[in-house]
Unconditional design. Structure first.
Length: 327
């Protein structure tokens, strides 16, 4: 999608704005309605799959296939990866190495926003009126919306997590505060990750702070959401609902078969030289958490293939899913 602000010329933006606002209406829901909705039941089922699915029923995981796949596909760049099997067993490669977080940093931001809701500081129905100066370069749709359009906090969260909208993200960063997000990261067991700047649609330049992430840290935050401990149980269910609306199925979900038994969610991250994905996959066999960060591969398409291939090997190793072989 072009970042050219010429798309906001008079006569073009209002129609596009109405389109995106109409699409948002499909995902808007009140807190009470959410609790009774099928998506709420699904989110609670995902949490239950992690918390209740008997970990003791799983034998030790054989990681040799995943290691072999990493040696095969990971030679063109640098990979950081962490996998947590249904039995709680963890495997990582470059797990504590810092990578550019790109949009994966929106996960702990989401957590802090929901913690604020739990504290009574805000509600999902709170309105925000878009201003011209709010628009941020890079991914998303708010760049093409009209000043004066009104969105709710739920809309901003949906756009941030499911669409990866940079404008929505920056509004949430200002709402929560970087210090609060970083404090939340420390509390969630993310000692080597940081939010240091707003989204700009490009890597950091010299003298500018960078948003850093490690695979181990981001596996931890995903586990805390699945466990229902990142925030209240209700807020964690809503976070899983947002993650399950992910639009990009070319990374962790690349080789997942179409099955009503399988549920997945993730948050991708992309910027020049960086391709990431952090998420979970749930089936009747349990839940696996996967965090993959790729750096210096030839292009994003290669990075997405690498993430998909490694996720597929993780599915086989943990026995959660028998994946497809199509690319």
């Amino acid at each position: 999608m072009s970042n050219d602000r010429g798309h906001n010329a008079p006569g073009r933006v209002p129609g596009r704005s109405r389109y995106w606002l109409a699409s948002l209406s499909c995902v808007r829901t009140s807190s009470g309605d959410f609790q009774r909705s099928p998506r709420a039941r699904l989110a609670r089922a995902i949490m239950a799959a992690w918390n209740v699915r008997g970990r003791r029923m799983f034998m030790a995981v054989e990681w040799s296939g995943l290691k072999a796949k990493l040696n095969e596909v990971g030679t063109g760049g640098i990979v950081g990866m962490c996998v947590v099997a249904p039995n709680g067993e963890r495997w990582s490669h470059n797990g504590d190495r810092q990578f550019g977080a790109a949009s994966t940093v929106k996960i702990p931001l989401m957590v802090e926003i929901f913690r604020g809701i739990d504290r009574g500081e805000r509600t999902l129905a709170d309105p925000y009126v878009l201003r011209d100066e709010d628009r941020a370069a890079g991914s998303g749709v708010m760049l093409h919306m009209s000043a004066g359009d009104t969105l709710t906090l739920w809309d901003l969260l949906y756009l941030t997590i499911s669409i990866s909208d940079n404008t929505a993200t920056n509004l949430l960063i200002r709402m929560a505060g970087m210090d609060a997000v970083n404090a939340t990261m420390r509390e969630l067991g993310m000692p080597n990750s940081v939010l240091a700047r707003e989204m700009k649609g490009r890597p950091a330049i010299e003298g500018e702070g960078e948003n850093w992430a490690t695979a181990n840290d981001y596996a931890n935050v995903m586990l805390s959401i699945l466990n229902g401990t990142a925030a209240s149980a209700d807020s964690c269910a809503k976070m899983l609902d947002l993650l399950s609306k992910q639009q990009n199925a070319r990374r962790i979900a690349r080789y997942l078969p179409e099955s009503s038994d399988i549920r997945w969610g993730s948050k991708t991250g992309s910027v020049t030289g960086v391709t990431n994905d952090v998420g979970f996959v749930t089936s009747s066999a349990g839940t696996v958490v996967i965090a993959v960060f790729c750096e210096n591969f030839p292009d994003q398409h290669v990075g997405e293939y690498v993430i998909g291939a490694l996720a597929r090997a993780a599915f086989v190793a943990t026995g959660v899913v028998e994946p497809t072989y199509t690319s």
